[in-house]
Design a protein around this ligand. Structure first.
Ligand SMILES: CC(C)(COP(=O)(O)OP(=O)(O)OC[C@H]1O[C@@H](n2cnc3c(N)ncnc32)[C@H](O)[C@@H]1OP(=O)(O)O)[C@@H](O)C(=O)NCCC(=O)NCCS
Length: 170
């Protein structure tokens, strides 16, 4: 299966964005209406797992969106001493898999790609103490809980944190 798909930068001339349906309207709309616009504005970057179909618009199997953000030290599940000013983090703003491809391990594959991408960004100089994401609902929470490197914020169980040390070990 992996040889039939590849992770690529979102490109509306190659990827069929309108056909994507992960079962969550907001996630579908973001991909088809806002992802490219937000990339142009420098707000976020979106990458897709796309089928390799030569000569036609390629099906989007799933996608992830990264952005920069800051968090305050209170709530971060860490024993390290941190300053009181805003702490830079990479935000995993969105991650979704087309409905017909769910429960086949592709969400995990896309998540690992997003985390490796985060490591590359920090290796190139982007400061980030870790990666943060806001969980959409309880199903998504179960998905993220199946990976042992995420910990909930101490003041918000639907906000998860992964430290750069854990991510670098992937
Ligand atoms: C959440 C989502 C990305 C998961 O993608 P997926 O391809 O179905 O997930 P995978 O098949 O890679 O599953 C990886 C692990 O998560 C577990 N998992 C996934 N969804 C689960 C659920 N609803 N309940 C319990 N476990 C779940 C799988 O069992 C698997 O665990 P295992 O490795 O121990 O077997 C996908 O369901 C989706 O796109 N949902 C709609 C959009 C969304 O909610 N995105 C998250 C926003 S925060």
């Amino acid at each position: 299966m992996t040889s039939s798909y590849s992770i690529e930068a979102l490109d509306k001339s190659k990827h069929n964005l309108k056909a994507f349906d992960c079962g969550k309207t907001g996630m579908n709309d973001f991909l088809s209406r806002f992802a490219l616009k937000h990339a142009r504005l420098g707000l976020s970057s979106t990458w897709v797992l796309a089928s390799k179909q030569p000569g036609k618009m390629r099906e989007v199997i799933g996608y992830y969106t990264l952005a920069s953000s800051t968090v305050t030290k209170s709530g971060i599940p860490t024993n390290q001493s941190l300053p009181y000013y805003p702490i830079p983090v990479v935000l995993l703003a969105r991650l979704a898999v087309e409905q017909k491809y769910q429960n086949k391990g592709l969400g995990a594959k896309i998540l690992v790609s997003a985390l490796r991408h985060t490591v590359k960004l920090t290796n190139r100089g982007l400061p980030a103490y870790g990666l943060v994401l806001d969980v959409l609902d309880n199903d998504a929470l179960k998905f993220y809980q199946s990976f042992d490197f995420f910990e909930p914020f101490t003041d918000n169980p639907m906000r998860l944190f992964a430290g750069m040390d854990s991510i670098r070990q992937l």
